[in-house]
Design a protein around this ligand. Structure first.
Ligand SMILES: NC(=O)c1ccc[n+]([C@@H]2O[C@H](COP(=O)([O-])OP(=O)(O)OC[C@H]3O[C@@H](n4cnc5c(N)ncnc54)[C@H](OP(=O)(O)O)[C@@H]3O)[C@@H](O)[C@H]2O)c1
Length: 239
């Protein structure tokens, strides 16, 4: 049995997040997850009993993240690994046809969510790292579209390019706050068959790996990250 890690994971009810939760739990780690829909969270709670914990929180709402972080610290402790996976994509359209509210929501979920997690989780994680000397990891989900642009996805491109910049700067902040203790990285999962890809790519989505296959490759890779890699733009290893 590996060293049991406390994993905090946003967007845990579907797709990549759900598969990561399942894999971390199967490998003996404790998962504290959030997403926005109580019904889907109840379904997870029925399968994964405490010490795993799943709470309703919208990462774009400061009060939700504040309440969720408090609950995690009180009930589970200080996370070893913080993963911001929750994200949205716009329906494909030229930028001028994307409604303002959708544009804002896409950026808020990825970039605003990462910043909210930093505000509510990182101060305690930094204190703990200084106290116990253990390394800690922060993973923010980026995309191939955080590194190159395509027509029809300008809001998503903005969100994921934003994730890359935010996370690289965060890596530097963490290096100043707790030298040699943190690995903070923007992480691209490649293309995975989920609701997001099915909605955006239609039938073509089925030609990509399923979330369980992704998680089988991603979990050991993420747990193996070291502070020497902090600030690097990383991608899940190929099958
Ligand atoms: N799938 C791919 O091929 C691919 C490629 C590159 C990058 N990514 C990135 O990987 C991540 C996961 O993608 P996915 O394909 O698994 O997406 P997905 O199937 O749409 O699942 C998204 C998850 O995030 C939750 N969520 C969405 N907005 C949220 C919010 N504001 N607060 C809390 N939870 C929220 C959703 O649950 P609720 O709706 O119930 O809240 C769901 O659990 C995203 O950041 C995505 O941009 C995916």
């Amino acid at each position: 049995m590996p060293d049991r890690k406390l994993i905090v994971l946003t967007g845990c009810t579907r797709g990549i997040g759900r598969a990561l939760a399942e894999r971390f739990a199967a490998d003996g780690h404790t998962v504290c997850g959030c997403s926005r829909k109580e019904e889907a969270l109840n379904e997870l709670r029925a399968v994964f009993k405490p010490p795993h914990r799943f709470l309703r929180a919208d990462v774009t709402r400061e009060a939700d993240v504040d309440r969720w972080a408090d609950g995690v610290f009180q009930q589970s402790g200080v996370p070893d690994v913080l993963i911001h996976n929750a994200g949205l994509i716009n329906d494909r359209a030229p930028l001028w046809e994307v409604p303002a509210a959708k544009c804002d929501a896409v950026v808020a979920a990825s970039v605003g969510g990462a910043a909210a997690l930093a505000r509510h989780f990182l101060p305690r994680m930094i204190d703990a790292a200084k106290r116990d000397g253990k390394n800690r990891t922060v993973v923010v989900f980026s995309s191939g579209w955080g590194r190159s642009a395509s027509a029809g996805v300008a809001p998503y491109n903005a969100a994921k390019f934003g994730v890359e910049g935010l996370t690289k700067a965060l890596a530097k902040d963490l290096e100043e706050a707790a030298p040699g203790r943190f690995c903070a990285v923007p992480f691209s999962p490649g293309v995975v068959e989920t609701d997001m890809t099915r909605r955006n790519w239609g039938e073509e989505a089925a030609s990509y790996p399923d979330p369980a296959d992704f998680a089988r490759r991603a979990v050991p890779y993420l747990l193996g990250l070291t502070p020497q890699q902090t600030g690097e733009s990383l991608t899940v290893p190929e099958a």
